[in-house]
Ligand binder design. Structure first.
Ligand code: EPZ
Length: 418
């Protein structure tokens, strides 16, 4: 397992470009299973998770060619199989996103059941219930989920929770169905909207994207297209926190601040000001004037759970007591013991972290337990005195493209070692 060696305390300044959104790229890649022809996708981040999804699409028989650093040509000349194997689905849960397009295009799919992960057991009951309501027969056997549907018929569906990938899977299952499907209590995330815009460009008829009521009118056929993926709001938020904690001399480039309204509001409450110039954002922040605050993670447009860990580092730097309540996942505080080993004073009670600051972060040997926990430890290492050794960096490289090179470019002393 690789590690990062981070020498903290350096002044960081310069331009940090934001990559394409991982969580828009994964459903859009899966969606190229839904219709034959040639697709072009741009602003695709170079991530391990993207490589896994591409391997999965090749397993189904698609031909994929990288035509530039972040652009791919995808040729779907028909599927050689309808089964997603354990060895690929077990590496990345988002592989389950192939279920919707396979059902829509071929009326059949057999996908290895996705496992849980460090942050929770990650059920898929809402996905499966939605597929059944659209007319699919679902069978769970030998660790696989088989779905069959002669015809998918549009239906009004209520999602018990606004699940992001659940909403995405059901949109993809419904676009070629007969009739109208309405998803009530649907996820409103920008990444769901990006998938819907991609499908509409292919000839789908989806309205209500970005709201909790998405209406899909089934169409006969879809036509492949060229599409540019939206910027990654979670990566942008991660970098904005890093900038606020290192003097604010970093220009984050390629950000859509419309996708970060709740995050921006909470950081303004703390005393951080944003200078927005088109898609370039800089923060003005004086650590001595930060005020403690309380934050609750919620489905979009609420405060994103994927920025919870990174924001805890910011709260730990503030004099006084702040609270972070995690309402999306049941086990998403695994970074806290690691931060406490670096000098933080954070107590967990149930799904609430009480953070007592300020913290004089000291470098230590720590480990990344999941993607965003890893990102928060990179930030903590960069603001610590002396050296941090961060283990299990595979988690981080799933979601942040060329992170070491981009941080080195703004003056960070960070290097990767095997
Ligand atoms: C997506 O995961 C993201 N992943 C996650 O990002 C993100 O943290 C999460 O949404 C919440 O925003 C991708 O988009 C690939 P959920 P997803 O279904 O769709 C419950 C990252 O760091 N639930 O919205 O799997 C579930 O238990 C990753 O990039 C059900 O009960 O999340 C959880 O408590 C981590 N039944 C809650 O919903 C279901 O059928 C949120 O899960 C589905 C979900």
């Amino acid at each position: 397992m690789g590690k990062y060696i981070i020498q903290g305390g350096k002044t960081l300044s310069g331009v940090l470009p934001v990559s394409g959104a991982k969580n828009a790229t994964l459903p859009i890649l899966a969606c190229t299973l839904i219709a034959e022809g040639t697709y072009f996708l741009n602003n695709v981040p170079a991530l391990k998770d993207v490589e896994v999804m591409i391997k999965l699409l090749e397993h189904f028989g698609l031909k994929i060619e990288k035509i530039a650093q972040n652009s791919y040509k995808i040729i779907n000349n028909g599927l050689q199989t309808l089964e997603a194997p354990y060895e690929l689905v077990s590496i990345m849960r988002a592989s389950f996103l192939v279920m919707g397009p396979l059902l829509a295009h071929r009326g059949e799919a057999r996908v290895s059941m996705p496992g849980g992960c460090a942050i929770g057991n990650r059920p898929i009951d809402i996905h499966l219930k939605g597929f059944e309501q659209l007319g699919a027969t679902i069978k769970t056997e030998h660790g696989f989920i088989s779905a069959k549907a002669k015809n998918l018929i549009g239906k009004e569906i209520y999602l018990d929770f606004p699940t992001v990938t659940g909403t995405e899977n059901l949109i993809m299952a419904a676009v070629l169905s007969k009739g109208i499907t309405i998803l009530n209590n649907a996820a409103r995330e920008p990444e769901v909207e990006d998938l819907g815009n991609f499908l509409n460009k292919m000839g789908a008829k989806i309205t209500g994207l970005g709201t909790d009521r998405i209406i899909i009118e089934g169409v006969e056929k879809l036509f492949p297209c060229e599409y540019n993926i939206i910027p990654d709001r979670i990566e942008a938020g991660t970098f904005l926190i890093l900038s606020a904690l290192t003097g604010g001399n970093i220009v984050i480039k390629g950000v859509n601040m419309e996708h970060l309204t709740s995050f921006k509001t909470k950081l303004e409450e703390i005393g951080i000001n944003f200078k927005i110039n088109g898609d370039e954002v800089q923060v003005q922040a004086d650590l001595n004037n930060f005020k403690p605050t309380n934050i609750i993670t919620l489905p979009y447009p609420g405060f994103p759970t994927d920025l919870q860990a990174q924001t805890i580092v910011l709260l730990a730097m503030i004099k006084g007591n702040s609270e972070m309540k995690e309402t999306i996942f049941e086990n998403r505080f695994r970074h806290v013991p690691e931060l406490n080993r670096m000098g933080a004073n954070i107590k967990i009670e149930g799904n609430v972290a009480s953070i007592n600051g300020p913290t004089n972060f000291q470098g230590a040997e720590v480990e990344a337990t999941d993607l965003r926990a890893g990102a928060c430890l990179v930030i903590a290492g960069l603001i610590s005195s002396n050296t941090t050794i961060l283990n299990n960096i595979e988690h981080i490289e799933r979601g942040y493209e060329n992170l070491v090179e981009r941080l080195q470019a703004i003056g960070a002393e960070i290097k990767k070692s095997e």
